[in-house]
Design a protein. Structure first.
Length: 1000
């Protein structure tokens, strides 16, 4: 029997059955149907127009499917549709606008359209619905102004407009909606002040308006909203003082005013709200002392005040009356001692009080806090000894650097099995490094520099196979460098300088393939520089072997360190020439003074004569083959001389020599004349070729760019990639461009094809794509102009910039979402669709607001057209990001882009490169993450250590886990099982849904 023949059917509930396919077209024949429940299935296709012609239909639940197309315009167009009470269409793929005819559904009470792709404005006709009580339209692309607030909104109790593109100001007429209990408009483009009329909403429990551009003062009228439990106004541009009236909110649990421009003192009345659990006031300009009243807040769990100007003594009774979970007072001016009972409630997970002026000892309470996972007390004036860490099994991060701590490093630290980071530098610690630190199998960073430690490096440290940063500089350590440390295969920083280490430079250092800094200066090391040092291809920050007793020649292999920026070989007994350094093109600082080098300074190092006043001095036999343009005086190297073979040419000449010079000058003059004629012709031909441009007519912009870069001089290079060299061109204060030079070869037919392709790429506009501004083709190369991105590439931000930038999870999430939007546009909105073929952090650029922009889209295809063969002979993409199905073939698909995007997600979460020796038997990041997650399902074993503190927020923890699972789905071996980029966006938006979070 056909379902449509059940003419008397009133209720149809087939939810949660996993049905696929489309909605039947003949449902409209069920004339008596009142309830339709098909939610939680896998239905796709469009919603039939005829569905909303069923006269008695009152409850429609189609949420959590894959329905697409637009909301039928028939809704509300017939008078008999006045029966519709509930319409749930959320978690689908619906697009287009919301029909204004919906305002005719006079009985409509609940409308949920969230997590779709709807655009356009909210129909003003919704104001006609007197019974409307529940409206949820978050996570769409709705825009325009907010029009709610007519006299008909008395029954409205829930309104969520979050994560859209609404602009304009908040309507003061919302004060008419006196039944409103929840109003959320998170992450829109709202401006202006918060209306004082909101004070009329005496039933309002949740007011969430973060991540907008709201300005002005916090209206004191909000103190009349006596039912408020959650007030979130963070990440806006609010100014002025916090109103004392907020202290009247007797039910307030969650107060978030962080990341604004608030000033003045926090009213004492706020610290008297007995229901307060979470107080986030960080990153403002607040001042004053903390009152004793805050110690009486029995429900207080989380208090974050960092980056303000608070001062005075922290109330010493803090923690006795509450079960604190997080205390973050970093970057203030607090004095006095750390309260002794912060962990009294046995719940404390994060204690952060760095960069203050605290004194006294670290309370023993800290060492006995079994729940503590993150401890930061750096940059204070703390004294005494470190507490015994006997019950800190959860502790993962510890930074107590830059204090006045004395005594020995407690061996009990070896009991903290989850420790990944220990930073105790710049104290007055004595004794030896405890063997027990070798028990810390997850240790990644150990910094004990600038103390008074003695003895040898314990061999047990070889068990810390995940070590990435090891710094024990400026101590009194001795002995040889243990060969057992070769187990640190993922090491990126090794600093042993200014100690008393003996022996030679161990050859096993060449096994540290990820090493970016090696500093062995200021020790008693002897012997020669091993040639194996040349294998450290990733060494870019510094190589310092100074102030030792090294002898012999500089090995030629050292010249392979083409990424190295700083080299210091000074104060040794090295001999021979510096010819090995001539290939080190990235050097910006060099010091070879106080050795016995001979011969001429290599030409590449001539521009570094002034990198330090005496960087080449005290090498009696070292010379220069020519004078630099400024002379030796301005270079500061007064002791270096001109080579004899050159200086002899400065003396008198014979008559025969003069005759030869005269003859040579004549020949030179004729040659110059011919050269000028040739250059004039070449210039004319060059000008003729400038006309091939993305703009109409000759490109004066490109002419200016060539002048700004001095005809692409190497000193303007800002990057090199698989597709070419990138230069920076600054035309004036607000016009910076990136110029990509592409080298290719091809005949005229393919050249015309490239022009058409570039013109097409120039028309592509999307906020998450780097727009092609102009182009210029020559015979064997081309120049492409892009807008310069101030924060460089995601690769640089994640892996190269030192010191590392702080990347909060919200920033990483936004980068992931922006990249997904850009890639989705290439796959679905370009005709024909564009497969990027090389998605990686290097091709994701970040503007001044850290918003992601995909670069180099279409370039791989463009270069394919430039090759003599119609078939590319190389695999397109970058190792580590290439989908398995493309490992041995050149054909790429949107699925391969999705795989590469999944790898980028994993890099955002772990801050590890796609290929990292620390992955050991797993060759890449995908295999490593899969293995760790399969074995432990512990996100803290995978996530970047700087995100560990944020994991304490259960909402953020869930988000990171969900993004991790999404990344693993994107990198599935079977391309058919990977989500589309539209799926990815839907999932990302769902992950960040405010409905998933609880009060924090």
């Amino acid at each position: 029997m056909e379902l449509a023949n059940c003419s008397l059917l009133e209720t149809l509930d087939l939810s949660g059955n996993g049905f696929t396919g489309k909605l039947p077209d003949n449902l409209h024949k069920l004339k008596n149907l009142q309830y339709l429940g098909l939610y939680d299935n896998f239905l796709d296709g469009q919603i039939p127009e005829s569905l909303f012609t069923i006269p008695k239909l009152a409850f429609v639940y189609l949420y959590n499917n894959s329905l697409n197309g637009s909301i039928p315009g028939s809704i509300g167009s017939l008078s008999h549709l006045s029966e519709l009470v509930h319409l749930y269409l959320d978690y689908n793929e619906l697009s287009g606008g919301i029909p204004s005819s919906i305002g005719n559904c006079s009985k409509l009470e609940e409308l949920t359209l969230s997590y779709n792709q709807l655009s356009g404005v909210l129909p003003e006709s919704l104001n006609n619905l007197k019974n409307l009580s529940y409206v949820l339209v978050s996570k769409n692309s709705l825009e325009g102004t907010i029009s709610f607030g007519s006299e008909n909104c008395k029954k409205l109790f829930f309104l969520d407009l979050s994560y859209n593109k609404f602009r304009g100001s908040l309507p003061s007429a919302l004060g008419n909606c006196t039944g409103l209990m929840s109003f959320m408009a998170i992450s829109n483009n709202l401006v202006g002040s918060i209306p004082s009329s909101f004070g009329l909403l005496d039933k309002l429990e949740l007011l969430y308006l973060p991540v907008n551009q709201l300005s002005g003062r916090i209206p004191p009228e909000l103190g009349q909203c006596k039912s408020l439990t959650g007030l979130q106004l963070n990440m806006n541009q609010l100014v002025g003082e916090i109103p004392d009236e907020l202290g009247m909110l007797d039910n307030l649990q969650d107060l978030r005013l962080s990341q604004n421009n608030l000033t003045g003192e926090v009213p004492v009345s706020i610290w008297k709200i007995q229901t307060l659990q979470y107080v986030h006031l960080y990153m403002n300009n607040l001042t004053g002392e903390l009152p004793l009243e805050m110690t009486e807040l029995k429900q207080l769990k989380n208090i974050s005040l960092f980056n303000n100007q608070f001062y005075g003594v922290i109330p010493q009774a803090l923690g006795i009356n509450s079960s604190l979970e997080l205390v973050d007072f970093m970057y203030n001016m607090f004095t006095g001692s750390i309260p002794p009972n912060l962990c009294f409630g046995k719940q404390l997970m994060v204690l952060v009080m760095g960069f203050n002026q605290l004194q006294g000892t670290i309370p023993s309470d800290v060492g006995g806090c079994s729940t503590l996972s993150r401890l930061r007390l750096e940059q204070n004036n703390l004294t005494g000894v470190l507490p015994q860490f006997v019950k800190n099994s959860e502790l993962s991060y510890m930074d107590i650097s830059s204090n006045e701590i004395t005594g020995e490093i407690p061996s009990s630290l070896g009991n903290c099995s989850n420790l990944t980071t220990i930073i105790l530098s710049m104290n007055k610690l004595t004794g030896v490094i405890p063997e027990e630190l070798g028990y810390l199998a997850d240790l990644q960073t150990l910094d004990l520099s600038d103390n008074n430690l003695v003895g040898a490096l314990p061999s047990s440290l070889s068990n810390c196979t995940k070590m990435e940063h090891f710094n024990v500089a400026s101590n009194f350590l001795n002995g040889s460098i243990p060969s057992s440390l070769s187990s640190w295969t993922g090491l990126s920083e090794l600093v042993l300088s200014d100690n008393k280490f003996t022996g030679g430079i161990p050859p096993f250092l060449s096994e540290f393939e990820m090493l970016s800094e090696l500093n062995l200066g200021g020790n008693l090391l002897g012997g020669v520089i091993p040639s194996s040092v040349g294998a450290l291809q990733n060494l870019f920050y510094a190589l310092n072997l100074s102030n030792n007793a090294l002898t012999g020649l500089v090995p030629s292999e050292l010249g392979k360190l083409i990424m190295l920026q700083r080299l210091d070989l000074s104060q040794n007994k090295l001999t021979g020439t510096l010819s090995a350094l001539d290939g080190m093109k990235s050097l910006i600082e060099v010091n070879v003074s106080y050795n016995n080098f001979t011969g001429a300074v290599p030409q590449r190092l001539m521009n570094l004569l002034n990198s330090s006043r005496f960087s080449f001095s005290s090498n009696p036999s070292l010379c220069v083959s020519y004078l630099p343009s400024c002379g030796l005086t301005c270079a500061g190297n007064y002791t270096i001389r001109l080579c004899k073979s050159q200086s002899s040419k400065q003396k008198g000449l014979s008559k025969m020599g003069i005759a030869f010079i005269a003859l040579g000058s004549s020949i030179l003059a004729v040659s110059l004349l011919y050269l000028l004629v040739y250059l004039f012709c070449l210039r004319r031909r060059t000008k003729q070729e400038v006309g091939v441009s993305a703009r109409e007519g000759p490109s004066s912009l490109l002419t200016k760019v060539m002048e700004a870069t001095e005809d692409l001089n190497d000193r303007y290079i800002i990057g090199r990639g698989s597709h070419g060299t990138v230069y920076r061109a600054s035309l004036d204060e607000d016009k910076d461009f990136a110029v990509k030079k592409l080298v290719f070869a091809g005949h005229a037919g393919r050249r015309l094809s490239m022009i058409r392709e570039l013109q097409t790429l120039g028309k592509i506009k999307h906020r998450n794509l780097v727009k092609l501004e102009d182009f210029w083709l020559r015979k064997d190369y081309g120049l492409i102009l892009y807008r310069y991105m101030q924060n460089g590439s995601l690769h640089d931000v994640l892996h190269e910039i030192s010191p590392r930038l702080i990347l909060e999870w919200s920033m990483r999430y936004n980068i992931a979402l922006g990249t997904a939007y850009g890639l989705e546009y290439l796959h679905y909105d370009c005709d024909p669709p564009i497969v990027h073929r090389d998605i990686k952090p290097m091709n994701i650029l970040l503007d001044s607001e850290m918003e992601a922009h995909i670069a180099d889209f279409g370039i791989a295809k463009l270069l394919d057209q430039s090759t003599p063969s119609m078939v590319s002979i190389s695999v397109v993409g970058t190792t580590g990001y290439i989908a398995p199905e493309n490992a041995f073939r050149t054909a790429n698909s949107v699925e391969s882009d999705v795989y590469s995007y999944g790898v980028v997600l994993l890099e955002l979460i772990t801050r590890k490169k796609a290929l990292d020796p620390s992955f050991m038997e797993q060759s890449d990041i995908v295999g490593w993450v899969r293995s760790v997650w399969r074995d432990t399902e512990r996100i803290d074993r995978i996530v970047d250590s700087s995100l560990v503190e944020e994991l304490l927020d259960s909402n953020i923890r869930n988000q990171i886990v969900d993004v991790l699972l999404l990344a693993l789905s994107c990198t599935h071996d079977d391309p058919k099982k990977r989500p589309t980029m539209r799926d990815v966006i839907k999932i990302l938006l769902e992950i960040n849904s405010p409905m998933r979070s609880t009060l924090f």
